[in-house]
Design a protein around this ligand. Structure first.
Ligand SMILES: Nc1ncnc2c1ncn2[C@@H]1O[C@H](COP(=O)(O)OP(=O)(O)OP(=O)(O)O)[C@@H](O)[C@H]1O
Length: 645
């Protein structure tokens, strides 16, 4: 259906009514060009109590520079932000605008403490105080440009999961549910609360609903400051208007909100109270939105067409976007920035900024939050429990999760069973070589099967980084929950595999050892896969590195070349080869009570130099690898960041 201009204006009027209704004008002072004198920042009330009980705080920044190595020329450094200053007061909706590549996202990242590379100079304060990383994680919300949601959860589950992760444990479940219900209502998500989020291949909620769910994640903790990076990107104008109306409605909570916005619809543009414009990393305007902004640009840049006369744009938003983009294209960005620096508006802003930068008395609650040392609101055990509560059952009922973890073990188990049927019964020399080979296959299968575990970790990386940045959990919490979940599946598959191989093949020795060694090797394979996934920059590297590492280990298991026949300079490798311990334990378990001569009077255990060795010692040695690979995977997840921003 084609949407006509009449439809669009009818929608705009309807949304305007909704916004007016949503805004409790007494609670959130509205700031428009007409009621704020040019160049004077609206009165700030960072510690003022809003009726909702939520208070925002002024975010002030002065002479902020961001310098980074040029990704095209590694030796060269480029300045993305050049001494930008400004403040974002609470209770007003602030737009951060500028042409593509002007540094909007970069400034937002710097303010929210989300930069992982580059050098930041200058001052950023929250209510006059330097904010700790923990404060930023716990008490600010950041809605990223690209949605990072768990596609197999419903909208409500996704919000509840985040609410449980980010709100203090002492808050009751009922209060978290009430908060999520309120957020869903505010974001008009109630009608799709039970719809699965889905993804590009398995459709679930719509793009607008997905964007609003993303915003909801930031809201379920009532942040003091909310940053939104292009909240309307990729949305049609109707949905964009709807999303921004909802954001505007949030102003009644007194929250400090700043959103980058590229080409706003006229309706969206009018929702913003204040505006900052960046051009090539320089501040080119900071002040009220609307006519005042148009007036400023007309006054300071007389060479450009005036609004309405000789201009093709018939609304303020379009006119400002066109003007600044043209200035950028004409190479006039610096000139625009210099004119702003020389303007009375900038001088007035500097006075206000100085006041915003001053350290001031804050309420005891804010002072406590600003001092926060812990980046997460919930303890380790609660984080693990919550991840499992929302993700375990969903994963277990997802065939694409279970398939790669179960199918290969069952199929290979059945092949081993049929191929080596009753082999343990026939105790003659050459047959023991076949048994040794069967045990070799039992040993290496879980190692190769580990390849099934790398994709999830690599594909889930954007969600993992977002959730860590949001202070949902630590790397240890995430890894522990993941390994617990994988262990549950491995426990079942190992038991089934051991039963369909050990008894039909009539292997000798302890079933417990056979089963446990297989389970333990599976667990080590999973941890190894997690470690390799965590250090690999992408899936291709992970998919190549893991099998390559396993193949190297195969040489030193003991079957392909006996340890005593290996060159001296390779001798050490068997000691760091977990498969060597696993196969050795299985071999001793199988043959310790037999005296089968394989040739020239040599017994099989003698042949492999295993006679007199204790099988449970080897099981114990292998256990050490669980600890080692767990610690490696944890450190890699905690300290290696593939996200460069
Ligand atoms: N490591 C880097 N090397 C070279 N250029 C970089 C690097 N990091 C960022 N940039 C450049 O910095 C500029 C600012 O990027 P940023 O994402 O902040 O812009 P933006 O205004 O948010 O753009 P958009 O509206 O398109 O999202 C861009 O031109 C980008 O190419």
């Amino acid at each position: 259906m084609v949407r006509t201009r009449d439809d669009a204006s009818a929608q705009a009027m309807e949304l305007e009514l909704k916004v007016d209704h949503a805004l409790d004008l007494e609670a959130a002072p509205s700031c428009t060009a007409s009621n704020i004198p040019e160049g004077v920042a609206p009165s700030d009330e960072e510690d003022g109590q809003h009726p909702s009980g939520i208070r925002g705080m002024t975010v002030a920044f002065q002479d902020v520079e961001y310098i980074v190595k040029n990704s095209a020329k590694w030796r060269e450094k480029i300045s993305i932000l050049s001494k930008v200053s400004g403040s974002i007061p609470p209770g007003y909706l602030t737009a951060l605008m500028g042409p593509s590549g002007s540094g909007k996202t970069t400034l937002l990242d710097v303010l929210a403490g989300r930069k992982t590379v580059g050098t930041i100079n200058g001052t950023v304060v929250y209510a006059g105080h330097k904010a700790s990383r923990s404060f930023l994680r716990r008490y600010t919300g950041y809605v990223e440009q690209f949605d990072t949601l768990l596609d197999n959860l419903t909208v409500e589950e996704m919000l509840m999961y985040t609410a449980e992760m980010k709100n203090p444990v002492r808050d009751s479940l009922a209060s978290k549910k009430a908060k999520v219900a309120l957020v869903m209502e505010q974001l008009a998500l109630t009608s799709c609360k039970s719809v699965k989020i889905g993804n590009a291949l398995d459709r679930g909620i719509s793009g607008g609903q997905s964007k609003r769910t993303n915003i909801g994640l930031a809201l379920v903790t009532n942040p003091r400051v909310l940053f939104l990076d292009e909240p309307t990107s990729g949305l049609d104008s109707f949905t964009a208007n709807e999303v921004m109306s909802v954001v505007k409605g949030l102003m009644k909570t007194g929250m400090t909100i700043c959103a980058t916005i590229h080409s706003p619809t006229p309706f969206c543009f009018r929702l913003f109270d204040r505006m900052m414009i960046l051009l090539r990393g320089h501040m080119a305007y900071a002040g009220p939105n609307g006519e005042a902004a148009v007036h400023y640009f007309e006054q300071t840049n007389p060479g450009y067409p005036r609004f309405g006369a000789g201009s093709t744009s018939d609304n303020h938003a379009e006119w400002i976007v066109d003007l600044t983009t043209k200035a950028d294209r004409d190479g006039k960005a610096l000139e625009f920035a210099q004119r702003y620096q020389a303007s009375a508006l900038c001088a007035a802003n500097a006075g206000d900024l100085q006041r915003d930068l001053e350290r001031r008395e804050v309420s005891p609650q804010i002072a406590k939050e600003l001092r926060a040392r812990q980046g997460t609101s919930t303890p380790f055990y609660f984080g693990v429990k919550t991840i499992l509560k929302y993700r375990l059952w969903r994963d277990l009922s997802d065939p694409t999760y279970l398939g790669p973890r179960v199918a290969d073990k069952i199929v290979v188990g059945l092949i081993l069973m049929s191929l080596y049927w009753h082999i343990g019964r026939e105790n003659f020399g050459p047959n023991s070589v076949n048994i040794g080979a069967a045990l070799f296959m039992v040993t290496i299968l879980p190692a190769f099967a580990a390849c099934a575990y790398t994709p999830q970790l690599v594909l889930e990386r954007p969600v993992y980084y977002r959730e860590r940045n949001d202070g949902c959990y630590t790397a240890l919490t995430y890894l522990s929950a993941k390994i617990f979940e994988e262990s549950l599946v491995a426990l079942v598959t190992s038991t089934v595999f051991a039963c369909i191989v050990f008894f039909p093949c009539e292997f000798s020795g302890s079933f417990a050892l056979f089963w446990y060694t297989y389970f333990q090797t599976t667990l080590i394979g999973i941890l190894l896969a997690y470690f390799i996934a965590a250090i690999s920059p992408n899936m291709d590297v992970a998919n190549g590195a893991l099998p390559a590492f396993i193949v190297i280990n195969l040489f030193f298991v003991g079957l392909l070349i006996r340890p005593q026949d290996q060159p001296k300079y390779w001798h050490w490798f068997q000691y760091i080869d977990f498969l060597h311990y696993s196969w050795t334990a299985q071999m001793i378990n199988q043959f310790e009570n037999t005296h089968i001569i394989i040739f020239l009077g040599i017994e099989i255990l003698q042949f492999y130099d295993l006679r007199g060795k204790k099988k449970w010692d080897y099981v114990g040695f292998e256990t050490v690898f669980i600890v080692v690979f767990f610690v490696w995977a944890w450190l890699a997840l905690a300290f290696i960041r593939h996200q460069k921003r």
